[in-house]
Design a protein around this ligand. Structure first.
Ligand code: FAD
Length: 342
């Protein structure tokens, strides 16, 4: 186990901001670009370097892209035993890298893989982890990482620090941070790391990967989202919203109440326990605007809310509020758009 002994390692030994460059089938996950953007800001403030950590097999062509998105260095570990993610394989290699190169901060996307991986690395490295952060900042006075996340059912935002151990580790929810801009002029260093990973180090065996059929466009990447809540009243209500979304080039989102009622799959859920989104246009239909929902959509560029209750909290975050029955309003909007197309 790569345990970092705080007696022999001083805080000053830990330098740099690392981002786990999660890739699947040779494709970098969108959250990585968000983390690189955030890591760049943090590192500039600390006057340190950003490094991406890339694991896989035959993935070296991805290093350039990571550098162009803000990494100063890329640590790359390639092996056929790292081709697919395994908790044992990835946590062993990354914690060994941490023990050798000693980063001050490690950021990991709160994807399914990141949520599995991060606590194992933190435990192996003898440090703490703040999971599911929505904001990261550097304390002006002591340079510590301030990690903020919703707590107590989303009713308060808690800011957490890791005062006694290094690295400071955090998982960050996809869709919360802005993606780093690509800069084709950037250059950086690629450090090849020998992972020394054997088949017997990995206790699980991947027999087959069965992919779940996904929406055409993932809600986190959509520019326009039409979301339905409990106010739809039934599953069929989503057919109307699907038609509306299609008409305006968007995708369908949902509140947790709609998902819990079994009207639509959880992959559409927006909010604290769903996906955080920031589309150009967000249209909430029959959604009350509970804090756990608003947390996941409040940063949308333009918000339209349709609700028959004029006091619904969703109107507080809406740029345009329409008070009325969605079953009257939405078909009228579609009709109008149809006429404009004629
Ligand atoms: P409701 O609150 O029931 O609101 C329905 C709205 O529809 C009402 O405002 C009503 O006036 C309106 N309405 C009814 N009929 C019509 C009509 N015909 N036309 C127009 N308007 C109509 N929720 C999420 O959405 N996402 C999350 O990720 C999430 N995570 C959670 C995590 C925790 C730990 C907890 C405790 C809760 C979480 N919730 C989440 C649940 C959240 O608290 C709310 O219960 C949920 O968002 C309510 O969904 P809703 O707005 O669709 O339903």
């Amino acid at each position: 186990m790569a345990y970092i002994d705080s007696n022999t390692n001083k805080f000053e030994d830990f330098k740099g901001v690392w981002v786990f460059a999660e890739q699947r089938e040779g494709k970098i996950m969108p959250v990585v670009y968000e983390l690189l953007g955030e890591a760049r800001k943090i590192a500039d403030k600390l006057n340190e370097k950003v490094a991406a950590v890339l694991l896989g097999n035959n993935v070296d062509r991805l290093t350039e892209d990571l550098i162009k998105h803000g990494a100063d260095k890329v640590y790359i570990a390639e092996d056929e035993n790292l081709e697919s993610f395994t908790t044992d394989g990835y946590s062993k290699v990354i914690s060994n890298l941490i023990s050798e190169y000693k980063p001050e901060i490690v950021l990991i996307g709160a994807t399914h893989i990141g949520r599995d991986l991060a606590p194992r690395i933190a435990a192996k490295s003898g440090t703490g982890l703040t999971a599911d952060c929505t904001n990261l900042e550097i304390d002006d006075e002591d340079g510590k990482l301030l990690m903020t996340r919703p707590a107590f059912g989303g009713n308060i935002m808690a800011t957490i620090i890791c005062p006694n151990h290094r690295p400071q580790m955090s998982t960050v929810r996809p869709g919360v941070m802005k993606k780093a801009e690509k800069d084709d002029t950037r250059t950086g260093e690629v450090i090849k790391y020998e992972p020394n990973i054997k088949e017997e180090d990995i206790r699980t065996q991947i027999i087959n990967v069965i992919k779940k059929a996904k929406n055409d466009v993932a809600i986190e990447d959509a520019d326009i989202i039409v979301t339905g809540g409990r106010g739809l009243g039934n599953k069929e209500g989503f057919e109307l919203l699907e038609k509306f979304a299609k008409k305006i080039g968007g995708v369908v989102g949902a509140s947790r109440a709609a998902v819990d009622n079994g009207w639509i799959d959880h992959s559409h859920q927006v909010g604290q326990t769903g996906t955080t989104v920031r589309p150009k246009l967000y249209i909430a239909c029959g959604v009350s605007g509970a804090i756990q929902h608003v947390t996941g959509m409040k940063d949308s560029d333009f918000i339209v809310a349709i609700n028959k209750n004029k006091d619904a909290p969703i109107f507080k975050v809406a740029d345009i509020g329409i008070v009325g029955d969605l079953y009257n309003i939405v078909p009228k909007i579609i009709e109008k758009l149809d006429k404009m197309d004629e």
